[in-house]
Design a protein around this ligand. Structure first.
Ligand code: ADP
Ligand code: MG
Length: 345
């Protein structure tokens, strides 16, 4: 049984020493962003009257059972996906989810997708967020798109009708998608709409990556039902863990009723700034609680990720040789080799 427990200061000093070299590298990067040292967790807690970090124990306890232990029914443990079930193709369908906005779900869906494509895999991205950021990041305007994932989910048109060929294939979102939750609610089989739509194209792709909205509503549940696994991008900041409990509870419900094989495949620390103690503490806490479910690749904070979508491109297309692109190639390798490789990394 693990607990959220901050390391003593001395261990933090050791960690800081180990990362000195890494910090040097970071300082030498041309990234124009200034170093902003965020407060430590204790300071944030004191300032904002929030619970002391130790109290996070209460919030995260339900998911703290050993990640690899067989799943006890009551405590909503994180389940590592099992071998593919008979009758299902080898296609990996991965939902990128976190009900918090701005944690890099969209950025990760796109750049990981392009990294897989570079490796020779056949990739489909699905934009399931009514904000249409993924669609926009490939240079398309969700406001002028006529048929989108809304029509696929609600009107049951073939998904191939809304797939655009860009850096990778992309099933587009439009503003209509905002009405999908309501329209779906009235339909029988409302949670399986995406799963059914994917039958048509599943065999044509090795990876289907689904970008979800910042909520745990019907759109995200559709993604969980269709998925073989879930990847959770987490911003390296205080309180980042809190939402994970709710997310895991939703997944547990989906496992029980709709898709027994879906589970968290990995947690990606994003917007990591190794120069700040705050970010290092956030990753420490993630690793203490989720062990090797936390990918070794940290996606560093850099303005490159915000620049690329403006050009209608992934970071791999915009700055192919930069460290920001390499990070997603590293992550792609980790996702490919799965949990086992991470244990031996
Ligand atoms: P979400 O889909 O979870 O809401 P986004 O992927 O849209 O998050 O990212 C939110 C914002 O942060 C975007 O402007 C994006 O360009 C930026 N961003 C994403 N990843 C990083 C990063 N590693 N460093 C700095 N900014 C990032
Ligand atoms: Mg998004």
């Amino acid at each position: 049984m693990g607990f959220v427990r901050l390391l003593p200061r001395s261990s933090r000093a050791q960690l800081a020493a180990v990362e000195d070299e890494e910090i040097q590298v970071a300082m030498n990067e041309t990234d124009p962003e200034p170093v902003t040292e965020l407060p430590t967790f204790d300071e944030v807690a004191a300032l904002e009257g929030l619970p002391a970090p130790e109290l996070l124990q209460v919030a995260v306890e339900p998911v703290l059972a050993e990640p690899r232990a067989p799943a006890p029914v009551v405590s909503a443990p994180i389940v590592v996906p099992q071998a593919p079930v008979p009758g299902v193709t080898g296609t990996r369908v991965i939902a990128f989810a976190n009900q918090k906005g701005g944690v890099a779900k969209t950025t990760t869906t796109l750049n990981l997708g392009v990294a897989f494509k570079e490796m020779g895999y056949r990739v489909l991205l699905i934009d399931l967020d009514p904000q249409g950021n993924l669609t926009m990041s490939q240079g398309l305007n969700p406001d002028t798109i006529e048929t989108s994932m809304f029509d696929v989910l609600v009107r049951k048109i073939p998904i191939s009708d809304v797939i655009e060929r860009r850096e990778v294939d992309l099933a587009v979102a439009s503003i209509d998608l905002a009405g999908a939750e309501l329209a779906l609610a009235a339909l029988i089989g409302r949670e399986r709409s995406l799963e059914k739509a994917l039958v048509e194209v599943r065999d044509r792709y090795d990876f289907i990556l689904i970008d979800t909205p910042p909520s745990l509503g019907l759109l995200t549940i559709n993604a969980f039902v269709a998925a073989t696994g879930v990847i959770v991008p987490v911003q390296c900041e205080y309180l980042a863990l809190r939402g994970l409990v709710q997310l895991e509870n939703t997944l547990a419900m989906v496992r029980e009723n709709l898709n027994p094989r879906v589970g968290v495949e990995g947690i990606v620390p994003t917007m990591y700034d190794s120069r700040t103690l705050h970010a290092r503490e956030a990753v420490e806490i993630l690793e203490e609680n989720f062990g090797d479910l936390v990918f070794k690749t940290r996606i560093r904070k850099t303005v490159r990720y915000a620049e690329a979508p403006v050009k209608g491109s992934s970071v791999l297309g915009y700055d192919p040789t930069g460290t920001a692109s390499q990070a997603y190639r590293d992550l792609a390798k980790e996702v490919l080799h799965g949990a086992q490789a991470r244990e031996h990394a």
